[in-house]
Design a protein around this ligand. Structure first.
Ligand SMILES: [Cu+2]
Length: 492
């Protein structure tokens, strides 16, 4: 700080001395009776101006290079890549215009300086000139706007169908933190009731504890997402405007009290991968005196609030992590459902209102976990569900992930030679009933055909499509639909 003040002081003094010297020279000339030579003066000033212009442009280039480390690293989301492309196209266009206009500005000051032997041309109007300086910026703007709109429609698609394996997280902002609610293992959020009855200091979101889906919902103190798995945030705010901001993913959306908003993307880089990228960044590669390690070792993504929402606005920072599905599952296991932690309080609250928390339905449906089944053996009473056998909309073609799951089933059948498998494919209620039935049959058949290629005898496989006839959740909600699109199998 002192250094900067000293440097500034020296510059000011230097300027003052130059001014005084110039004044003295001028006075001496007047005393000597020399006439002021405006032409020569203007020429000197014009040249000085050009030198200054060059210095200015060089300083711009230098500061750009000097501050390069502060530019955000490679975007960690699919849309981030597109948004960065737009950003850089805009920077290049404006940068080129900046250089052209500034070079011309400083050059013209010298070229058109006042000279005694020439006078300025005057014209009031030129249609051609106006056409040029209107159409070029208009065209450039049109190109930028069209490119921007294209990206916008990608980021906010008007699509009803969601990716089958999408992770949905609810983020509610308040002064001054984020409440991140995960739907728990069932993938369904407990309902919320916005009424005085339900909302209290203990239940700020007004979660309806009579809804069994709420019993496994948990609040996370740090944001966890899965690499390569689409994530969607349902956004809200309790008090004032906030803004959900994930700079490393180039994602930002307002949180408005009373108006639900949302944003979604697919994380593409784990924290570990971004740390790797930051190794070459001079700020992040520098040793942190507190830990004696390079700073990048401690790097995490950030969730921040981008709306100046009050005096502790800056405190709305939360670490964010992108991890593999297996690490995410491990983390999920460490999270305690809010209902479990506060069971006594909630039970008392329910009892005071003569309400009961309806018990989760007893079901023999269980989600398929290959390692577990390998270890524990096949449960012949259970119906296994999996979303790892997935098909793109309207298709019955197996992708690599689905084949990998079927490979696991083939292994289990090889191991349990006395078992048979019954495969059942289900769809949600979107589209024509008969077509859904036909499609689900084709999908079940595709699974069975694949198992045949793995050497499983056809008399051990049964495959049936049920279309939309056997929903296990409400088709009115996206989450419900996602649960209904499933493949089930049981061993007998
Ligand atoms: Cu805020």
């Amino acid at each position: 700080m002192l250094n900067i003040l000293l440097t500034l002081g020296v510059i000011v003094l230097f300027y003052a001395v130059a001014l005084i010297l110039a004044n003295i020279v001028e006075r001496i000339r007047t005393l000597r009776g020399e006439e002021l030579n405006y032409s020569r003066n203007n020429q000197t000033h014009g040249k000085l101006f050009m030198i200054y212009g060059l210095f200015f442009l060089l300083m711009c280039a230098f500061s750009l290079k000097y501050m390069e480390f502060a530019i955000l690293p490679t975007p960690a989301s699919n849309w981030g890549v597109e948004i960065d492309k737009l950003f850089w196209v805009t920077c290049w266009i404006t940068g080129i215009v900046f250089v052209i206009t500034h070079v011309s500005l400083f050059y013209f000051v010298w070229k058109y300086r006042g000279r005694e032997d020439r006078s300025a041309t005057f014209f009031a109007h030129s249609g051609k000139l106006e056409l040029i300086w209107t159409s070029i910026p208009a065209l450039t703007m049109a190109v930028l706007v069209v490119m921007g709109l294209k990206t916008w429609f990608n980021v906010f698609p008007n699509k009803k169908t969601l990716p089958a394996n999408q992770l949905t997280i609810e983020a509610t902002a308040k002064q001054f933190n984020w409440m991140l609610r995960y739907p728990g293992p069932d993938g369904v959020f407990g309902k919320r009731v916005i009424s005085k009855e339900f909302i209290s200091a203990d239940n700020e979101l007004g979660i309806d504890w009579t809804d069994p889906a709420s019993h496994d919902d948990f609040f996370a103190s740090e944001l966890y997402m899965v690499k390569g798995r689409p994530v969607h945030f349902n956004l809200g705010a309790l008090d004032v405007l906030h803004s959900f901001y994930l700079p490393h993913f180039r994602m930002k959306m307002d949180c408005v009290p009373g108006v639900p908003t949302g944003i979604g993307f697919t994380p593409t880089l784990t924290n570990e991968e971004t740390r790797e990228l930051l190794k070459t960044n001079k700020h992040w590669a520098a040793i942190d005196p507190e830990t004696n390690e390079p700073r990048y070792m401690k790097f995490n993504y950030e969730l921040a609030c981008a709306e100046l929402c009050g005096k502790s606005h800056y405190g709305m920072m939360m670490p964010a992590h992108v991890v593999s599905q297996s690490k995410f599952d491990e983390w999920m296991k460490t999270q305690k459902p809010f209902y479990e932690v506060n069971k006594d309080k909630i039970q008392a609250w329910l009892a005071a209102r003569n309400l009961t928390a309806s018990a989760p339905e007893v079901s023999n449906h269980t989600s398929f976990n290959f390692e577990e089944v390998m270890k524990m053996g096949i449960d012949k009473d259970a119906v296994y569900e999996t979303d790892a056998i997935e098909f793109s909309s309207g298709s019955s073609e197996l992708n690599a992930k689905s084949k990998a799951t079927l490979d696991q089933l083939a292994l289990l059948l090889e191991k349990n030679t006395d078992s048979k498998i019954a495969l059942a494919a289900h769809t949600d209620s979107d589209g024509d009933d008969a077509k859904n039935l036909e499609l689900s049959q084709k999908r079940a058949d595709a699974c069975s055909a694949y198992l045949l290629t793995k050497g499983i005898k056809s008399d051990r496989i049964a495959a049936k499509g049920f279309g939309e006839t056997q929903p296990i959740a409400d088709n009115a909600s996206k989450e419900g639909k996602q649960k209904n699109r499933r493949t089930e199998f049981d061993f007998n």
